[in-house]
Design a protein around this ligand. Structure first.
Ligand SMILES: NC(=O)c1ccc[n+]([C@@H]2O[C@H](COP(=O)([O-])OP(=O)(O)OC[C@H]3O[C@@H](n4cnc5c(N)ncnc54)[C@H](O)[C@@H]3O)[C@@H](O)[C@H]2O)c1
Length: 370
């Protein structure tokens, strides 16, 4: 195994996003690293997620687009990171279906630009510094496509991305692998399952369930609600990323997941049960009565489930929080941050998420929920 190292300077991209901000908090609060957070501040970003560490002298924010090669190069030369943790991306699958261009630009061209700049910077380092350097690309399990009722995603599974989003992430993964195979750039790739937790943009499933449920609005569930996702609390993801960065084997991929498979309907019902508990006076109890099935997403993958044996056995990572506790904490957070959610939604163009054409044979009423 590669000897453990603790980078002194880490450049994080996408650190104003949901997972990136959890990573920045983890690095400042739990390690001695100095961090530069590079983020373009798209509609999905919020610097509130890093407000708790923003005054720390080891933290700095740079508003930059990762497709801006000269600016990235200048920052690398000035900050001289020992590691790059690359999380910046467009991430909403439904938005990628409606318009893929930003996903191609940020996720593919952006990753190429960052790799190219990092490669040149790395070549200019001393031999010991080159040995220490890591380029960590944070990716998704969606690159593997869809599972049937059985089986788990393993690191050596073939890539079969089905949405423009997952195809763009798969393309980025391939570029990162190629920069290792071709130029020996010391890379790491992680492919993670669905995250939940504070500071996720309120257009995503879990916040939608909490916010709509609390307001007595319908809880939109695609198709029959039978699609399965494997859920991971965001702080556990951040800890896993740091474990891979500092102790993972160069050139390797690590799957990250906590074996919390739930159908979307189960997830909605579990969230509703927490809402019932936390809002005993609500006129909308039982919140599960608000569940409302809507047209399925085109190309909707049936099931994702992670085999994280490699991460667990090689690096000893374990999730620190049980699923039910993490869900309760998350639902509580969204109930307490409804203003934050309203502001985030106001910044975002509405996604016609539930407007995909209904197959000719099907019938029923369309429901529009943002
Ligand atoms: N959310 C999940 O469940 C999940 C699961 C597995 C992997 N991932 C991956 O983790 C990473 C972070 O996901 P997230 O959910 O935090 O996303 P997010 O949408 O909440 O945040 C993405 C951040 O990237 C920034 N960004 C986008 N394009 C940029 C560009 N061109 N230049 C600079 N910054 C840019 C945005 O401003 C935003 O702050 C992504 O790479 C995503 O593919 C997410």
């Amino acid at each position: 195994m590669t000897p453990s190292f603790e980078p002194e300077r880490i450049l994080v991209t996408g650190g104003a996003g949901f997972i990136g901000s959890a990573v920045v908090r983890h690095l400042i609060e739990r390690t001695a690293a100095s961090v530069v957070n590079v983020d373009k501040l798209t509609y999905a970003a919020s610097l509130d997620g890093v407000a708790a560490v923003a005054d720390d002298p080891r933290y700095r924010f740079e508003r930059l687009d990762i497709v801006d090669g000269p600016a990235i190069t200048a920052l690398l030369e000035a900050f001289r990171p020992e590691a790059v943790m690359h999380l910046a991306a467009e991430t909403h699958v439904d938005r990628s279906i409606v318009g893929a261009r930003p996903f191609i630009d940020s996720n593919i061209v952006g990753t190429f630009t960052l790799l190219d700049a990092a490669h040149r910077y790395w070549q200019g380092l001393s031999e010991p510094a080159r040995q220490r350097f890591r380029f960590h690309h944070v990716s998704t399990d969606e690159v593997y496509g869809s599972l049937g009722a059985e089986g788990l995603f393993r690191e050596d599974d073939p890539y079969r991305p089905n949405s423009p989003y997952s195809a763009s992430k798969a393309a980025a993964d391939h570029l990162v692998r190629a920069w290792h195979a071709t130029y020996r750039l010391p890379v790491l790739i992680t492919n993670c399952s669905n995250n939940f937790g504070p500071y996720q943009h309120p257009e995503k499933l879990l916040p939608v369930l909490v916010l709509n449920g609390a307001a007595g609005r319908p809880l939109p569930i695609y198709g029959t609600g039978g699609n399965v996702r494997d859920w991971l609390f965001v702080d556990d993801h951040a800890a896993a990323l740091y474990a891979v960065l500092t102790r993972g084997r160069i050139g390797e991929t690590y799957n990250i997941g906590a074996s919390n498979e739930r159908t979307n309907l189960e997830m909605a019902r579990a969230t509703c049960a927490v809402l019932d508990d936390l809002l005993p006076e609500s006129p909308h109890r039982p919140h599960a009565s608000l569940i409302h099935f809507v047209n399925d997403r085109p190309g909707h993958d049936l099931r994702y489930a992670i085999d994280a044996t490699k991460l667990r056995t090689e690096l000893g990572w374990r999730p620190a929080i049980a699923f039910d506790d993490a869900l309760r904490r998350t639902v509580t957070w969204y109930l307490q941050h409804r203003d934050w959610c309203e502001r985030a939604l106001a910044r975002a163009a509405p996604v016609p998420i539930w407007d995909f054409p209904r197959p000719a044979a099907a019938s029923g009423q369309q429901t529009h929920v943002r």
